[in-house]
Design a protein around this ligand. Structure first.
Ligand code: AMP
Length: 448
């Protein structure tokens, strides 16, 4: 998972990009970077860390120019190394270009091996570098043609911003797996993984970049190009389940509304007789509100979240993940003591979070702890940019719901159905990529 951002303006953009990246921080906390163009040459600053720590005032001042792109990274393909930070930069026929990528290619290894056999020397272990290489290789002055040729070769999920000295380009894979939004603020054009940066800059969303679309923004305005063959969109449903901010409206669905509806639907599908509905903050909050409103059972804040902790999910060892869950969420004894509670969370992946939380809620005096999950069981890895572990570590791939219930120590456990998920999004289930739940991958994953 990553966040991408691009701005085409008549004024310096580095500060705007810096603010915008702050509102995409939830999409990647490992590294951040900005590249800008002053019309002649590109400048770049990128390193490991959170946006606030990566950019000092002097870095923002150094990044002069009125066109720019920004990136926040959470590694999937390629590890957490300085050399994998983005935007990537290179030369296409002597012209500087920079690229930011959200998503994952599934045929990256094959393409990389071929390019290496051709004598290319890579500077990272990032799948995104393959995209940059291909674009520069096919560029002969016509960027749209170079991207079209590249898009025919790369397979998987990609929402990309590309910076040339006089252009901002954005393009999205033919299934539109990862989000990409186009907006305007005055004369400025903004492309972003989510709408928050556009709104924070005082702008308005125009529309989503369409699956398979290439948008080129230059001094003559924004121009749209399409790949020859269209595909049916398969937007990642996990964006709405967990990843995107509550205020994100992506491909016509608002994440908060979706999550609240999931809570209402879960009440219809799996009611339970309890005293309090408690969310696992933050992503469980809207669904707990929905569950509470639909059932009439009071909503309670039974867990206090430490907002200064990063994401626990990506800690490398199980012991670290368990300590991190404790540090991140602490039960509120006054609220949960002697209560029968239902806990709402967005997903169970390895089972670490639920197991720890249920343990601690019982220690804090909760009489019963029921668990309701606003996604179906995650049984399959994601190859398109979400860092799900392999099948052997996915609890739902190896255990029945009853075994999982016992394993996490809940009094009852239910997951939303696939139909419920479709109903929450008010779209046919085929509209979404649901591969992590049902193994129905829109682009066949190539496992080497
Ligand atoms: P686990 O503890 O492994 O069962 O993970 C489930 C918890 O991690 C849930 O509370 C989710 O909010 C969160 N989560 C699920 N998927 C991801 C992801 N790809 N990256 C970070 N956190 C996640």
């Amino acid at each position: 998972m990553c966040g991408v951002l691009g701005i085409y303006s008549k004024e310096d953009v580095s500060r705007k990009l810096f603010y915008g990246l702050n509102s995409l921080q939830h999409r990647g906390q490992e590294s951040a970077g900005i590249a800008t163009s002053n019309g002649e040459e590109l400048k770049r600053h990128r390193t490991m860390g959170l946006v606030q720590d990566v950019f000092k005032e002097s870095d923002i001042n150094m990044l002069e120019g009125s066109i720019g792109i920004g990136h926040v990274r959470y590694s999937t393909a390629g590890g957490a190394h300085e050399f994998n930070t983005q935007p990537l930069m290179g030369f296409a026929r002597g012209e500087m270009v920079a690229l930011g990528h959200n998503g994952n290619l599934i045929n990256y290894q094959i393409l990389r091996t071929r390019l290496e056999e051709d004598g290319m020397m890579f500077q990272s272990t990032n799948d995104s570098e393959v995209i940059l290489y291909l674009i520069t290789r096919y560029y002969n002055g016509d960027i749209v043609e170079a991207i079209r040729t590249t898009m025919k070769l790369i397979e998987g999920a990609y929402s990309i911003t590309l910076l040339l000295k006089d252009k901002l380009v954005a393009f999205r894979d033919p299934y539109g797996i990862r989000p990409l939004v186009l907006g305007r603020e005055g004369d400025d054009y903004i492309v972003s993984s989510e709408n928050a940066p556009i709104e924070i800059m005082g702008g308005e969303v125009i529309r989503d970049v369409e699956p398979g679309e290439i948008v080129v923004i230059d001094d003559t305005g924004a121009h749209s190009y399409k790949l020859d063959e269209g595909e049916t969109p398969r937007n990642c449903v996990f964006e709405y389940v967990y990843f995107a901010r509550n205020d994100a409206t992506l491909d016509g669905i608002n994440a908060y509304t979706f999550r609240r509806r999931c809570g209402e639907i879960l009440w219809e599908e799996s009611p339970c007789d309890v005293d309090l509905v408690i969310p696992v903050p933050d992503s469980g909050i809207p669904s707990a509100i929905g569950y509470s409103q639909a059932s009439g059972i009071p909503f309670g804040e039974g867990l206090v979240k430490n907002r200064y902790m990063g994401r626990t999910f990506i800690k490398p060892t199980q012991q670290e993940r368990e300590i991190a869950v404790k540090l991140k969420l602490n039960p509120l004894i006054d609220v949960v003591k002697d209560k029968r509670i239902v806990l709402l969370d967005d997903s169970i992946v390895r089972g670490t979070t639920s197991r720890k939380l249920i343990d601690r809620l019982r220690d804090a005096g909760a009489k019963e702890v029921h668990m309701r999950i606003t996604s179906p069981p995650v049984c399959h890895p994601c190859y398109y940019g979400i860092d799900t572990p392999s099948r052997k570590n996915l609890i739902a791939a190896n255990q029945s719901v009853e075994e999982m219930r016992e394993n996490i120590g809940a009094d009852s456990l239910s997951f939303i159905s696939m139909d419920g998920l479709a109903e929450a999004g008010k779209k046919d289930i085929d509209h979404f990529c649901t591969a992590c739940f049902d193994g129905n991958y829109p682009v066949d994953p190539i496992i080497i």
